[in-house]
Structure formats: C-alpha cells, structure tokens
Design a protein. Structure first.
Lengths: 286, 788
C-alpha cells in the first residue's frame, strides 16, 4: 500500500492551482486527502501530479451573506459542525456532518472534496441537493457555477467537473422550512447503506414545498416523485407513507456486500418516513 | 503460606505503560542498517494456471536487488509442513510461492526485494504473469460434488479429510446407536452456517530476516506466537542447522492464533537475506493481511437431535463441512476436528456421531483462530438446544437444566473422545439467569411485543477444553509437536528473580501473569520479578507457545521451578542457620526455623548471595540459585460457563440493539481478575464481530470482495455492549493451583447466544437465525420470507 511516484505541487493561489491543473495531463487536487490518499495507496488512483490546495489560505472560510452560506474549498468538515453560520442557516448540513466518518476524518476532510469525490454512499452530495446548493468551479479558462445536482447527480464516483477545474466554493441557500435527516449504516461512522435528506416547508393548507434526496444507491438522487406526492398534501402520515413508497421505488438501488437492492429500497422507505416526519415537525414550528 | 498474595490480585498489566503510550516496539519498528524491503506479487485470481512469469524488466529496475520467482528458489528449500496430520488427511505443505498454478486470491506468485518498499512495489507492476483461468470453486458443498474443479491435483478430489466421530469416548466405549434416532419420540434437525472470518490483529504480520555471513547465522525478528517451533521449521525448510537460527520476538500487536502459523513470506524474506547478505524486511499492508493471513470458522453444519418428549436428549448426530480454503495450513484440519469433539458441549449426550469433512475451496487457507473450532461446535450445540426447546414448547433454560452434566459426574467422558475434568455447569447457568433477571425479562418480553418491540433472550452454555495439551495425547492425535511448557527461574545474587518463558505476550498479559505467579510462590514483591521472553537463544523450547489458552500450563512450569529453588534455598539456609533442613520452612521470601521465625531466619537475598559465593554449599549442590521445570500437563482442563444476551430486533431494518449481556465464567481459580475480565471482554467483542459484522465475502469467481476495513467490518466500541461478568470457581483437579485456560473462552458462546436471542425475538414470525453473521440485510430477508 504505497503510492506510485507523483510530482507534488503546493500552489499558494487559486490562479497558480488552476494553472498547474491545466498544464498537467494527469493531475489531481489534494484537499483533505481522506479519499484520495487511500486510493493512491491502493494504487487505484495514480495521478502523475498532485496539486495540494491546503496552502491556499483564502479558501479556508465559512460565511453567511445575503441568505447564502459560502464555504471555501479548504474549510474542514469539522468546522461545519461548529460554525454558527451553518447551524443557523443550514442546520441540515450541520446535522448530516455528524454522520460523516469520525471526528478525526472530519478534521481533515473537506466539503468540496467530498462533492468532487462523489461517493454514492456519501451524505454530502444528497444533502446539498436537498438544500439546492451549488459550487463555483474555476479553471484557467474562467469560472462557472453548477448546481450540486448537475455536478453529482447521475454520476458514480465522478462528477461533471473537468479535470482542470477546481471547486473553490460551495454555496448553500439558507434552508427554508424544516429539515429531516436519516441514515442507516452498519456501524457508527461508516458510509451509509442508505440515507435520506429532506427539506419541507408548510403553509396554512399543508406542504408547500419539499425537496428530498437520497444516497446509498448508484448515485446521489433527488426523489422528485416523492416530492410531488407530498407537495399539496396535509403532511399527515398517509401522505408521508405515500411519499416514502415512491421514494423507495424511484431510488436507484443496487446490490453490494452490505445489502441487496431490495433491502436498500426497504430502508429508503423507512428512512424517508423518518426524515419527512422530522422535517414536517420542524416546518410546523417555523 | 505467603503473605505476598499475588495470585488473585488485580495487578495492572506491566506491559501497558509502554504499549498504551505508543512506546511498544514492533517488527515494523525494527530498522537494521542496510535493510532492504520486500513486496509480494499476489494472485489476482481465484484459480488459474501459470503459463509463465516474465520478471526480466523488474530485475533491471532501479533499486531492485532481487526478484524471486519459483525458478529463483534454491532446490534445497522445502515447504513448511502441516503440524497436525490426522490419519487420512491429505498431504500438503505451505509453499513459498505458487507452484504452477494459483489457488486463491492473494497467493504469493513472486517477490521483489528493493531499496524501498515503494521501489519494490513499482517493480511488481513490471512482472508479467501469463495466467490461464481455471474454473473456480468457492462453495465447500459444491467442492465436494462429483466433477467439481479439483484444486490440488495430487489429492484427486477436494476432500482434505473425512473424519468420523463414531461415538467413541476416551475409554474406548462406543456410544452410537442409529436406532435411537429412528425410535425417538422427537427428532429435530438444523442446518447452520458460520461465515468466514478471522482474528484481525491491529499489527499485521511482518518479518525481518538478517543473515550474518561471518557467523553463519540467521536472526529473524518475527511475531510468531510460537517462536521455537518457528525456528525448528524455518531451519529445516532452509536446510540450516537449528543452531544457526535465532528468532527474536518484539512486542506483538495481537495474534489471535493466525500468527501461530508459518507463512510463505517467512521463507521468502529468509531466502532473500541469505542470498543478498543484508537484512530484508516485509510488513503486510492491511489489504494483503486480509487476503493472505489465514481465515477461519467457515462451516456448514447439519444436525439431528433425538429427544424424549420430556426434553431428555437421546442423541446428536450430524455433519460438519469445513470450508478449508486452497490448502492445508499449519494446523491441518485441526479446528474442524475440535468442532466435532466439542459439539456434545455440557450435555449428557452419550449417543453421538459426527462426520467432519474438510473441503478445499479457492479461498485463503483457513487455520488457527482463537477458539480453534470450539466456538463452531458450541454454535451447533446451542442452536440445536434452542430448536429442540422450541419444538417441545420448553423454556430454553429448562431443556439445558434437564440435560446438563452434573457436578458429581466428573471426569466426564464425552462421546466424541474429549474428557472434561471439572465444572459446575448448572451453577453457571443459574447464576447467569439470575444476573440477567431472566424471569422478569421473559415477562416483559410479552408486553413489549404487543407494543411492537421485539425483544429476545438468548442463552448459550459452553465448555472449552483448554490447556493443550498432554504431549502423549498430542502424539495420539498425530499433532507433531509437544504440548509442554518450560520455565527457567533464576534468582540473582541480590535475591531478585527472572523468569524465562517460551510464551509470547501478544495481548493476553503473559508477562504480568507469570510475574504474579513467581512472586506469589517466592513470596517476594512482583516488581522484583522480571520476565524474559521473545528470544529463542534465552528461553526454554516450546512446541506450542502462546496458543490455546496456555498461561495455565506455563504458570505450573513457573510454580514447579520456584519450588525447586525454594528447596535449594532451604538447603543452603540450613547451613547458614546451623539447623537441620527439616526444621526449616520457606515463607514470604525468608528461610526460617519453624517456630522461631523472628529469631532465626535468612532472606532469599542472603541465601542467594551464598549460592553465588559458593563458600559453603551443601554437599551435592552446585552454585547459583536457579531451576528449570518443563511441565507436561497430565490432562486438559475444562473451562466452562454461560452467556445470556438480551437484545431487540428492528423488523423494518434488521438492526439489532443489545439490552443486556451477562457472562458467567469458570476458569478455575483466577490468577488476575483484571486480566481475565479483559480477555473475556476481548473474546466476546471478537465473537460478536463474527456473529454480526465480520465476513470475508468472495464472489463466484473466487474474488475476495472484503479487502479493507470499509468492507470487512470489525466491531468498534459502539458495537459492543457493556458486559456483566460473574465467576463460578471449580479448580482443575490435576494442575497446580487448579488454573484452567481462559484466553479463548469469550469467543465460544456469543454466536449462539445472539442467534438464539434473535430467533427468540422473532419467534412469532418463525424466523430461525441459523447463519452467521446475522447482518441487517440478511435478517431483513429472513423476516421478509417469514412474513410473505
Ligand atoms: C475512515 C473513513 C470514513 C469515512 N466516512 C465517510 C462517511 O461516512 N461519509 C462521507 O461522506 N465520507 C466519508 N469519508 C470520506 C471523507 O468525508 C472525505 O474527506 C471526503 O470524501 C473527501 O474529502 P477530502 O477533502 O478528504 O478530499 P480528497 O481526498 O483530498 O480528494 C477527494 C477527491 O476530490 C478531488 N478534490 C478534492 N478537493 C477538490 C476541489 N476543491 N476541487 C476539485 N476536486 C477536488 C480530489 O482530486 C480527489 O479526486 C470517510 C473517509 C474515511 C477515511
């Protein structure tokens, strides 16, 4: 478990970083290293060059501006747990962070790195889909903003990013409504077998809006059929059950050693109910 | 009598201050000047023939000193042998490299020695192996079918052994009567499966070999649990005189049995060091640790129990199919044999028959693992007890009570040949039930079920035939090593003692235990006893070493050596006190005239000084104050006990939540309660891993899917319940101190206790948890099938 040889670069600015990425055939960004380093050690990843962004000090921030939480690419996952901006404006993100690995992992791992890695069992891509978040991707040619749904949805351990693009920021619109989060993992801190994140807002007549996303399948997925079933309903238990059933059938379930596809669908049903109940209860308090 | 009552004291482990602070020194920490590093090319396929290996490019790469392919292994090198060779068992050894074909993913195919591990791994990529895929066989039952691909051609088939326990006990009486099954009022059948898993030491395997050309000596730094036997076998395989090999063992980060075995890398590293004249080091990374360190436990069992309708067992018969993996390893089919011998468990089962079949499969060889087949036998016995109770509508506690061997029935000769020396099985059961508040929990269970909470209670009693073992019996069982343990105790001129042992502390606290025993019997401070281990040049030979709960055997060797020293101290003291030896006694580190202890006594230190000055030694005595005793136990010791588990099952997700875990353990008198509890905690945690989480999963091609800790799930502290431990003490009648082996017992009952509890929780659905590990997905499927 020793990585193959690679060239190491430690740029101090975003410009230098994207310059290195565009100049290098086969370079990879190194953020927290919690996914990349193990893959290199197993020689599953053999980048010729490493562009270590940890020295770019302007990327280490979490701010809340104009109702949007902005998270820089080197902000650590553990900082999200502690940040008043995150717990205040996007409590779903803070809650889900507690389920990402263990504290020692979160002390190194980054939110942007998790999105770029896009493990289908990872909490963040789905959570950020449910929150309607987006990323800023910079390359030597300029920058663009992509929704997390476009970045990660439908992809398996890959994204819509070009190899020369660097995510500099994740922006999360302040959560409107109540949220729910539920996951099932084999042990505390493991990647989830399945999980569901939801944001629900209510008005006088019932559910006004709902966004529901799930993870643990072939890719993170927004479950719009479940959302449709819920919106306009009274948010009562039969509406929740109907939404959960649709979530289960829409979920891109797959088999692996931790569970069959059928089992995962059953979990999505149970977890969607839990997440929606929590979200609706939260929305009613708002 | 002594006042220094070290035996029974909760002495903290003297190993801990260094280990806990990260100051331990493991094989990986040994960096000799000029060390080269080895990396191993392993088979990526489950079953394939090797047409050719082209290493020409690798040999020319920068930093590469040697590439070992089968052609590079000198002709005189021989395979490591299988130590336990039961009659009828197929022949095999442990080759250094795959010979002509690969039989499991991870089998060593070639090795590279280079300046660094990085360079060595780069060179592996340049070795071109031309494989031709062969049909794999991964299921042990399929492996036994006519026409199955044969893994070891010289065997003719995949049957490593077919061993029948035909009801003979150790007295030679046959107790198998098939008619009893035909005529029984009730027969109950069960088909059980135990998943493939293993002991996973924190410290992976590793070895440093250092050939000294000038003295013609190979020094090996290894974490073998049995350094002397390792020396014997390594010397033989390398064609060296045994005096030319020295094995040093630094701290060991866990062994769990799998470090008892010998491995290909041990030979490869030694061959390379001798060829290159430089130290060569190999440390397994976690991935190769999981795929190349022996696995264990995997079995399919089929049982039939015959009973009277009042619950009296008339007989037990069955079949145990052991998923052996590609070939026999150091202990042969030993664990599966032990399963057959242990399955009668605590019960008066005179009528017994068991067909043990070990089937070769395209998987990592299965061999030694803490418990050594015993936990598998207990799983079979205790699941069958619960199935029988359910069929008869009896309480699971009641059927056990009814059939238990009673305290006045020892020695008990079970119908599989094992002899139980002592125990009080009913007392263990009752104590466990009481501690778990069994009747109340049973009553609550009913109410909870109405509220949709599915609570289950699982009982598992166990025996552990421990303290291996009398050498003549090992000989009778064709186990080609001795079962004794020796100890040299030396008292230095200042009166402090050093104990030399062949045992290797691997987490079980050997150093502490032996110091305690020596201090207790010498009547001196524990701090004045040093324990020397881990150097075959200094320590007494052992063919068994740290394996199979053997501190009790080693403890007796220490006690007897100390007794010889005390006798000599009295003889020397007689001269010093101008008294007759018969009028003297040894107590509390003093030799004194009986009845006049205050007035006329000399200390051990004063005696020791005389022993070294040798100015006036008794006639016939030599200088020094030391003795060696090699203790060969006259019999096995029988540890026993009972676990009671209370847990809840979430029927929506298959999740299990523990509510209570009660343990009653009888390992005889307890040398150190702190250590005994630690061993039980660890053993239970490990067995819960096998019951709920851990499994080496292979696909149909023989590809190992669990090669990291993301997929091979070990229990961490949030997965292990709090445990309540109680003791029942029945001393072994034939060991000094009455101690019994205890390092493994924790692993015996948890599998059945958990499976019984899960089955109990879901009794309204008729779910039977017969396959370990009970993963959430597996349990959910069982619930689906039952409710469909
Ligand atoms: C034991 C363990 C348990 C874990 N458990 C979980 C879990 O339960 N849930 C979970 O979600 N994750 C888990 N993780 C993964 C962890 O959250 C990682 O930190 C995360 O997936 C990757 O973030 P990173 O900053 O470490 O990225 P790195 O490992 O540095 O990089 C990962 C990938 O993203 C790319 N990348 C990184 N940053 C950028 C960027 N700014 N722009 C473009 N590309 C970029 C890299 O090139 C690489 O391909 C676990 C990890 C470990 C080791």
């Amino acid at each position: 478990m020793k990585p193959a040889a690679f060239e190491y670069h430690a740029p101090e600015s975003v410009d230098d970083a994207v310059g290195l990425l565009s100049g290098h055939e086969d370079a990879k960004v190194l953020a927290g290293g919690q996914s990349l380093v193990p893959m290199m050690s197993f020689r599953l990843a053999r980048p010729a060059g490493i562009v270590d962004i940890n020295g770019i000090s302007d990327l280490d921030y979490i701010r809340c501006e104009d109702g949007v939480v902005r998270i820089g690419a080197t902000a650590r996952q553990s900082a999200l747990e502690e940040s008043g901006e995150v717990t205040g404006c996007a409590p779903l993100l803070a809650e889900a962070t507690g389920h990402v690995g263990h504290r020692a992992i979160r002390n190194r791992g980054t939110l942007a790195g998790s999105l770029a890695h896009n493990d289908p069992a990872s909490e963040y891509p789905a959570v950020l889909m449910a929150l309607g978040a987006s990323v800023t991707a910079v390359s030597s040619g300029g920058s663009r903003v992509l929704s997390v749904e476009d970045l990660a949805g439908g992809h398996f351990l890959s994204t819509a990013l070009g190899s020369d693009e660097l995510i500099t920021e994740v922006s999360v619109p302040a959560q409107s409504g109540g949220h729910g989060f539920a996951e099932f993992s084999r042990r505390h801190g493991d990647f989830a077998v399945a999980g569901v994140a939801a944001v629900v807002s209510m008005n006088g007549s019932g559910v006004e809006s709902a966004s529901i996303a799930a993870f643990g399948g072939t890719s993170p997925a927004r479950l719009d059929e479940a959302e449709t079933a819920l919106v306009g309903s009274d948010g009562g238990s039969s509406a929740v059950a109907e939404a959960a059933a649709r979530a289960a059938s829409q979920f891109p379930a797959t088999d692996d050693i931790h569970g069959s596809a059928d089992y995962r669908r059953a979990l999505i049903d149970v977890l969607t109910r839990q997440a929606l109940q929590q979200a609706i209860a939260g929305a009613q308090e708002v | 009598m002594t006042t220094t009552e070290w035996i029974g004291a909760r002495a903290p482990r003297r190993e801990d201050p260094a280990l806990i602070r990260g100051r331990g020194r493991y094989v990986a920490d040994i960096n000799l000047p000029g060390t080269l590093h080895m990396a191993i090319l392993r088979s990526p396929m489950g079953h394939a023939s090797i047409n050719s290996i082209d290493a020409s490019e690798a040999r020319t790469m920068d930093g590469v000193h040697m590439v070992i392919t089968p052609d590079d292994i000198p002709d005189h090198i021989t395979q490591f042998p299988v130590v336990w060779r039961l009659p009828g068992q197929k022949d095999s050894g442990i080759p250094a490299l795959a010979e002509g074909k690969v039989r499991y993913v991870g089998e060593p195919v070639a090795a590279v020695v280079a300046d660094s591990r990085y360079a060595a791994e780069d060179a592996l990529d340049a070795i071109d192996v031309d494989y031709e895929t062969l049909d794999p066989v991964t299921d042990p039952e399929a492996a036994l079918e006519e026409g199955a691909p044969v893994i070891n051609e010289d065997w003719g088939d995949n049957v490593a052994i077919h061993h029948v326990f035909a009801g003979y006990n150790a007295l030679g009486e046959c107790h198998y009567d098939a008619e009893a099954f035909d005529n029984a009022e009730v027969t109950v059948r069960g088909r059980l499966k135990i998943g493939r898993h293993s002991g996973i030491p924190l410290e992976t395997r590793g070895i440093v070999a250092d050939w000294d050309e000038i003295h013609g000596r190979l020094t090996v730094h290894s974490e073998s649990q049995v350094a002397h036997l390792f020396r014997t076998e390594l010397a033989a395989s390398l064609g060296l005189p045994e005096t030319a090999v020295r094995v040093l063992t630094p701290n060991m980060g866990g062994g769990f049995g799998n470090k008892w075995d010998r491995y290909p890398e041990d030979l490869l590293v030694s061959i390379a060091s001798m060829e290159l004249g430089r130290p060569v080091k190999w440390i397994a990374d976690r991935r190769e640790g999981l795929m190349s360190t022996v696995h264990g436990r995997a079995q399919v069992q089929e049982w039939e129990m015959a009973l009277q309708s009042d619950g009296t067992i008339l007989g037990l018969r069955g079949k145990v199919i052991n998923d052996l993996g590609a070939h026999l390893h150091s202990v042969g089919i030993g664990p599966a044999w032990v399963t057959g011998a242990a399955a009668p468990n605590q019960y008066k089962i005179a009528n017994y028959y068991c067909n043990v079949i070990a089937a070769a499969t395209n998987k990592t060889p299965a061999s030694t693992f803490r418990g050594f087949g015993g936990p598998e036998g207990i799983f079979g016995a205790e699941r069958m007890m619960d199935k029988a109770a359910k069929r008869l509508g009896m309480d699971p506690a009641e059927i056990r009570r009814k059939n238990m061997i009673q305290p006045d029935q020892f020695p008990w000769f079970n119908a599989a040949g094992a002899v139980y020396d002592s125990g009080n099985f009913p007392a263990c059961l009752e104590k466990a039930l009481e501690a778990a508040d069994y009747d109340r929990v049973r009553a609550e269970q009913k109410e909870l079920r109405e509220q949709g909470v599915y609570r289950g209670i699982g009982i598992s009693s166990y025996i552990h035939v421990s303290g291996f073992g009398p050498s003549p019996i090992l000989g009778y069982l064709s186990y080609y090593t001795g079962g004794y343990e020796g100890s040299t105790v030396k008292v230095d001129p200042n009166g402090k003692a050093t104990v030399y042992t062949g045992m290797i502390p691997m987490g079980q606290g050997t150093e502490t235990t032996l110091a305690q025993v020596a201090a207790h019997h010498l009547g001196i401070d524990m701090a004045d006893v040093r324990v020397v281990w881990g150097d075959t040049d200094q320590t007494p030979y052992t063919g068994f070493g740290s394996a199979g709960s053997r501190s009790n055997v080693a403890a007796v060797a220490v006690i007897r050596a100390v007794e010889e020293i005390k006798a000599k101290a009295v003889r020397i003291g007689a001269g010093m006190l101008e008294a007759d030896a018969e009028d003297l006694e040894y107590a509390d580190g003093m030799v004194s005239v009986k009845g006049a202890e205050e007035m006329r006594s000399v200390s051990l230190a004063q005696v020791a000084q005389q022993a070294y000055w040798a100015h006036a030694l008794p006639e016939g005595d030599q200088p020094f104050l030391e003795a060696t005793y090699v203790y060969d136990p006259p019999n096995f010791t029988t540890a026993s006990g009972c676990h009671v588990v209370v847990l809840d099952v979430d029927t929506n997700t298959g999740r299990i939540t523990f509510r209570n875990y009660v343990i009653v353990d009888d390992c005889g008198p307890v040398i150190n309660p702190l250590l005994v509890e630690g061993q039980i905690h660890g053993g239970v945690a490990q067995a819960l891993g096998g019951a709920l989480l851990e499994e080496f999963v292979y696909d149909d091609e023989g590809q190992l899917l669990t090669t990291s800790f993301m997929d091979y799930l070990l229990p961490s502290f949030t997965d292990v319940p709090d445990m309540e431990i109680h003791h029942v003490v029945t001393p072994s009648p034939h060991t000094d101190g009455g101690f019994k082996g205890m390092g493994e017992a924790g692993t015996f009952p948890p599998g059945a206790a958990v499976a019984n509890a899960v089955t109990d929780a879901l009794s309204h659905l008729g779910v039977e948890a017969d396959e370990l590990p009970i993963t959430p997905s597996r349990l959910w499927s069982l619930i689906q099938e039952a409710t469909r």
